[in-house]
Design a protein around this ligand. Structure first.
Ligand SMILES: Cc1ncc(COP(=O)(O)O)c(C=O)c1O
Length: 416
């Protein structure tokens, strides 16, 4: 039998005190409510839909598949804006000497407080989506932004950032080089860096970014409750630097402790820095270098966010990595669903978790992982479609032209 094209490692569950310690310093429970209240004040805020792929779930032998669909979030097609906007709000309050106070967002967009923010410039390095979210959030306050991208960033992604009023700087290197460059330039220019990854001495802002993501999870919990479900049994989350995964898994660890959903962190095999860290014999955080050449642009990160790693190493159950064609499979299945299931428009990074779930459930080689995860007819699996069609040329290459086909030896075997 061919092997599953997914490499994975299962981690033993840690003692409750260790989990609590890792989660509470980054995601204090009451913060989720404050963050959601902040987002609700943004005029473009709407709850994103939770879509049930009922027919697909039954053909895969699962109880349910629930997709939190972030493809239309605040007009920028990705969940990332939730983190960038909350971090910018907190940075602005700190700049005004009002950190920790509950100031309505609209007071930062007009009037005397806004006046005092004049001249502030926000900067970020991005693979596309984070920078677009930061640029959009700065624009809501009428402030400037400068966004650094790496040389493999598609033109469409660059244009989407520019459309939000940002200046874009292209760095000759990969995402991690863009992170280094923006910091150097920001120090010189006096810009406020809004990074979704942390380093020693720069921890508040990435923590606010992670806290910002919890809005999508608290919405999902509300939506699941409306379906009569207290919680998902499983959650698959895609990872670049790992901030979203830490936020999602940490959120559930906070709410349910030992009874939290079984979690899987999913990465592209060309940029699997968290998988490398999880399998490192010395247990230390690992870096992946090179071009990080994957179609999953949002996940092309070689250096984990140390804060996220700290949380994930205490809470995540499985770390897994897979080839690009697994993401392409997910994009096509989302785009052309089984009759009766809703359509989901999902870009490369958004779709990889569905592709992986399908490979695990619809291939005999998936059995060992399926059993390790306890996936079956009673499972209610939560997935996050983290982006829409954010790079249309690449999207069409996969969905229309059939690039990255599933190798014939992995033909899917669905239940009748
Ligand atoms: C669409 C999409 N999904 C997932 C991620 C992963 O988020 P993180 O870098 O926090 O792991 C990103 C990051 O940019 C992204 O753009």
């Amino acid at each position: 039998m061919t092997a599953l094209p997914i490499e994975w490692t299962l981690r033993p569950r840690q003692p409750a005190e260790k989990v609590h310690e890792a989660v509470s310093c980054i995601l204090p429970l009451e913060r989720t409510r404050q963050v959601r209240r902040f987002h609700q004040q943004i005029p473009a805020y709407r709850m994103s839909p939770l879509k049930g792929l009922t027919h697909l779930a039954s053909r895969l032998g699962l109880g349910g598949i629930w997709v939190k669909d972030e493809s239309a979030r605040m007009h920028v097609q990705s969940f990332k804006v939730l983190g960038g906007s909350y971090a910018i709000y907190r940075v602005a309050l700190k700049y005004l000497g009002l950190d920790g106070q509950d100031i309505p967002f609209k007071e930062l967009t007009a009037g005397p407080l806004r006046e005092k923010l004049e001249g502030l410039t926000f900067a970020a390095a991005t693979d596309g989506n984070h920078g677009r979210g930061v640029a959009w959030s700065a624009l809501q306050m009428g402030l400037n932004s400068v966004i650094y991208v790496h040389r493999l960033t598609s033109l469409a992604r660059i244009q989407n950032i520019q459309a939000n009023g940002a200046r874009v700087v292209v760095v000759d290197g990969n995402y991690d080089d863009a992170v280094r460059q923006v910091n150097e330039d920001a120090r010189r220019e006096g810009w406020q860096v809004i990074s979704d990854t942390s380093w020693p001495g720069y921890e508040d802002i990435p923590r606010w970014v992670m806290q910002g993501y919890t809005t999508l999870l608290s919405e999902a919990q509300e939506q699941l409750a409306a379906q009569g479900l207290t919680r998902p049994t499983h959650i698959f989350v895609q990872a670049g630097v790992g901030s979203l995964a830490a936020s999602a898994i940490g959120y559930y660890a906070n709410l349910f402790g030992e009874d939290r959903p079984v979690s899987v962190v999913v990465e592209p095999d060309k940029a699997a820095c968290l998988y490398a860290s999880a399998t490192a014999p010395d247990g230390q955080i690992q870096t992946v270098t090179g071009d990080l050449d994957t179609i999953m642009a949002g996940l092309a990160c070689g250096v984990p966010n140390p804060q996220a790693w700290q949380l994930l190493s205490a809470t995540a159950d499985v770390f897994a990595r897979c080839p690009d064609y697994v993401a392409a499979l997910g994009m096509r299945v989302y785009g052309v669903p089984l009759l009766g299931d809703p359509q989901v428009i999902s870009g490369e990074s958004g779709a990889v978790t569905l592709g992986m779930l399908m490979m695990i459930m619809a291939r005999p080689e998936g059995r060992e992982l399926r059993e390790a995860l306890g996936l079956g007819p009673d499972s209610q699996v939560l997935l996050i479609n983290t982006e829409g069609n954010t790079s249309p040329d690449e999207f069409r290459q996969v969905v229309w032209e059939g690039s990255m086909p599933l190798p014939p030896e992995y033909k899917l075997q669905l239940l009748p």
